[in-house]
Design a protein around this ligand. Structure first.
Ligand code: KIV
Length: 298
């Protein structure tokens, strides 16, 4: 009997894209593709399709968990979904979104919670919202060896301060603030920056000015990459779709059709048909009938 150490299954060795690839893509003028993902089957498909990065966004609070906004999302909920995505993906860079109150209270909290995304949930980087007010937390997380993606413009964790889900940076003063924050995030060591719902001209100006890649959502074609919420682009989430979303499918319609057809099939006894049915060998069946007929169960 052989006692040799088993050779690892090469298919199980994962080779993920890196934050260095993000930088190289920007340098070569190659767009970066990113989508959100929250579960195992979707992450498998995103990965197989060749996506550069999967963001496990706190948008999952709205599109998966049914909260009104992203505010109620907890660390444990984020980690649960991150783990499912990490089990599926073997190529994409995986980014975990830090939920509300996981990095705002103290720098220590921020580092500890950021670390959990890598240590307990298989992520490679974290994303957090905010500009100058978050620099201490960002620097501390990065100094712990955890890559950080910034997020400016329409930052959903600030919606009560911003007055709702509105485009940002449409006045000189607010655009200047976003521009200055972008410079600060670059300087503090963020590897990349999401720009959400800001004027395309502002996003392009920032993208040309900073060396780290910008990833736009509702920020025009001048960004270095693009991201969408996967449920929006698949037409799965029909409660509300922002204007900047391009729908690549109507899965809501398709699922409603499938559910309706299934219910009708069950009601009209068309399902299950012969091919969906388990059978047993005739002699076994006859033996059972014989036993029952012999009154064994009286
Ligand atoms: O939570 C999220 O999905 C996001 C993206 C919209 C960038 O922050």
């Amino acid at each position: 009997m052989s006692t040799a150490t088993p050779i690892p299954n090469l298919q199980e060795i994962k080779k993920h894209k890196t934050i260095q690839l993000f930088r190289q893509k920007k340098e070569h003028g190659e767009p970066i593709s990113m989508l959100t993902g929250y579960d195992y089957p979707t992450a498998l498909m995103l990965d197989q399709a060749g996506i550069d990065a999967i963001l496990v966004g706190d948008s999952l609070g709205m599109v998966v968990l049914g909260y009104e906004n992203t505010m109620p999302v907890k660390m444990e909920e984020m980690l649960h979904h991150c783990r499912a995505v990490a089990r599926a993906a073997s190529s994409a860079l995986l980014i975990g979104d830090m939920p509300f109150m996981s990095y705002q209270v103290s720098v220590e909290d921020a580092v500890r919670n950021a670390g959990r995304f890598l240590q307990e949930a298989g992520m490679h980087a974290v994303k957090l919202e905010g500009g100058s007010e978050r620099l201490d937390a960002i620097r501390a997380i990065i100094s712990a060896g955890i890559p950080v993606m910034g997020h400016l413009g329409l930052t959903p964790q600030y919606i009560h301060a911003l007055g709702g889900f509105q485009p940002q940076g449409r006045t000189t003063a607010t655009a200047r603030r976003i521009f200055e924050d972008a410079l600060l995030l670059e300087e503090s060591g963020c590897f990349s920056l999401v720009l959400e719902s800001v004027p395309a001209r502002l996003a392009e100006l920032i993208s040309k000015r900073i060396s780290i890649p910008t990833i736009g959502i509702g920020a025009g074609a001048g960004c270095d990459g693009q991201v969408l919420v996967v449920n929006d682009m698949l037409g799965l989430f029909d409660r509300f779709t922002p204007r900047f979303v391009k729908k690549y499918a109507d899965l809501h319609g398709e699922m409603q059709r499938a559910f309706g057809e299934y219910i009708k099939d069950v009601l009209e006894r068309r399902f299950p048909a012969q091919e969906h049915t388990v059978e047993m060998p005739e002699e076994q069946w006859q033996a059972l009938l014989g036993e029952i007929a012999a009154d064994k169960y009286k």
